[in-house]
Design a protein around this ligand. Structure first.
Ligand SMILES: N[C@@H](CCC(=O)N[C@@H](CS)C(=O)NCC(=O)O)C(=O)O
Length: 203
């Protein structure tokens, strides 16, 4: 399979999950500096102009959460066997996709929602507060010791880990969230994360 990615973006979560699943993949860099994601031939693969895209034997798959579930279907131990815990895992995944990631996107991608420079500045200024609120919520609700749901690693772990690496850059004092900070250290030490760091996908 081929993973179209850009370093330090949400696409990295797919690489970590593939590493965890032991599934071989080839990396294809999408260069944001030249806006490659907005041009052909990439747009044919992913008309949304975003990363990640995973090209599978059956065709391209997009949306980080959907790709994680695809990987989980091939590596079932990455998903809790208990239905409630599986629901909790997806609760975190949907929250990361629909709330945390979107809060972060207001820093650099204001043009998705507004046209005025003053609107962009306003959105950017709010990011430390909104991303900080996401961190506070996650810190207060989930075990995060050592993993999001407790003792077992699940697909929610790489997903939350990658967005958490954006926290400091978003103006959030991550040290204010000791459980989340310890979780990030646990994740960074994992062979799967070390592998993607070695491949230059994550700094
Ligand atoms: N809902 C999509 C969002 C993907 C997304 O927004 N990726 C960002 C990088 S973190 C991107 O490709 N941005 C490029 C752009 O906005 O031009 C997913 O979860 O896969």
């Amino acid at each position: 399979m081929e993973l179209f990615y850009t370093p330090n973006t949400i696409s990295v979560v797919v690489a970590i999950a593939l590493e965890e699943a032991g599934i071989a993949y080839t990396l294809r860099l999408v260069d944001f500096a030249t806006a490659e994601q907005t041009k052909e031939p990439y747009l044919t693969l992913n008309p949304k102009g975003r990363v990640p895209t995973l090209v599978t034997p059956q065709g391209p798959l997009t949306e980080a959460g959907a790709i994680l579930d695809y990987i989980g279907a091939m590596a079932p131990d990455l998903i809790p066997h208990d239905p409630f815990q599986a629901g909790r895992m997806r609760e975190v995944m949907y929250y990361v996709a629909s709330t945390f990631h979107i809060a972060h996107a207001h820093k650099m991608r204001g043009a998705r929602w507004a046209d005025l420079e003053t609107s962009f500045a306003d959105m950017r200024a709010k990011v430390p507060q909104t991303v900080g609120a996401c961190c506070a919520y996650l810190e207060s609700i989930y075990p995060l010791e050592p993993f999001v749901l407790g003792s077992d690693f699940t697909l929610a772990d790489p997903y939350l880990y990658v967005v958490s690496t954006w926290g400091e850059g978003d103006g959030v004092e991550m040290a204010n969230f000791p459980k989340l900070s310890a979780f990030m250290e646990t994740m960074r030490a994992r062979p799967s994360v070390q592998a993607v760091i070695a491949k230059g996908m994550l700094t």
